[in-house]
Design a protein around this ligand. Structure first.
Ligand code: AP5
Length: 226
């Protein structure tokens, strides 16, 4: 596949949407197409939990229940990540911001390095589709690639196509926790959509379509053409 990726292409991108909408799946592909890092706060937190760091210990109890980790913890995590050199030319933010306060902190943080967001893209998907998607999601323990046992299955059962790593099911993908995450999204994170709409930065794609169709919409939104 050949892409035209030029000066007008958007590179400071926030992906919004409910759990299971496809943020992680598309952020990974988009990051590769634009040659900017995919910054997932969920992945950063899961790694911190695995390493047993102070942030990980604090975050775990919230994540297990499907609740949001407090804004001040998240602000430290994200600003430290965005200050790294590889984010200088852009980034795909997946999972941040999730509250209006986080969105404001992000704006202030970017201002300090004379940068602004280019676009906030909402990936929409209905709740019943999300519950079924997350029940069948499997993630590579090694590289984080995501599969769906029915729609996007690995070539070899239980193994990642890309690196051969072991595939596992996230503990917060249990139905009860998914329903709580959806409720938290509606109560707190959906307000972020209105925040970016008010700033004139919001655009929407349909996350319920087959993967390649949603991805084609995303490429168009960021100004990359085949
Ligand atoms: P996080 O890891 O960010 O979870 P999430 O936002 O709930 O999102 P998911 O990873 O579940 O979904 P996704 O949209 O990435 O979907 P995916 O692409 O995998 O956060 C986890 C927790 O960390 C939070 O609950 C919270 O506690 C904490 N946290 C993180 N950030 C925070 C913050 N900023 N503030 C406070 N707390 C924070 O796709 C899902 C499945 O569907 C996959 O199996 C995929 O293969 C499949 N799929 C995707 N698209 C398609 C398609 N078009 N067709 C068919 N199948 C598809």
């Amino acid at each position: 596949m050949c892409f035209v990726n030029n000066k007008e292409t958007k590179r400071r991108i926030v992906l919004l949407g409910p759990p299971g909408a496809g943020k992680g799946t598309h952020a990974k592909d988009l990051g590769e197409a634009l040659r900017v890092p995919h910054v997932s706060t969920g992945d950063i937190l899961r790694e911190a939990v695995k390493q047993g760091t102070a942030v990980g210990l604090e975050a775990k109890s919230y994540m297990d229940k499907g609740e949001l980790v407090p804004d001040e913890v998240m602000a430290r995590v994200i600003l430290e990540r965005l200050r790294q050199k590889d984010c200088a030319q852009g980034f795909i933010l997946d999972g941040y911001p999730r509250t209006v306060h986080q969105a404001e902190l992000l704006k202030e943080g970017l201002k300090k390095v004379s940068a602004d967001l280019d676009v906030a893209i909402e990936i929409g998907a209905p709740a019943d589709l999300i519950v079924s998607r997350l029940a069948f999601r499997r993630v590579c323990r090694n590289c984080g690639a995501t599969y769906h046992l029915k729609n996007i299955p690995p070539k070899v059962e239980g193994r990642c196509d890309q690196c051969g790593g072991e595939l596992y099911q996230r503990s917060d993908d249990e139905e009860q926790t998914v329903r709580r995450r959806l409720q938290v999204y509606e109560e707190q994170s959906a307000l972020v959509i209105g925040y970016y709409r008010g700033q004139g930065l919001l655009t929407t794609v349909d996350g319920a379509l087959p993967r390649q169709k949603t991805y084609a919409q995303l490429l168009e939104m960021v100004g990359v053409f085949e």
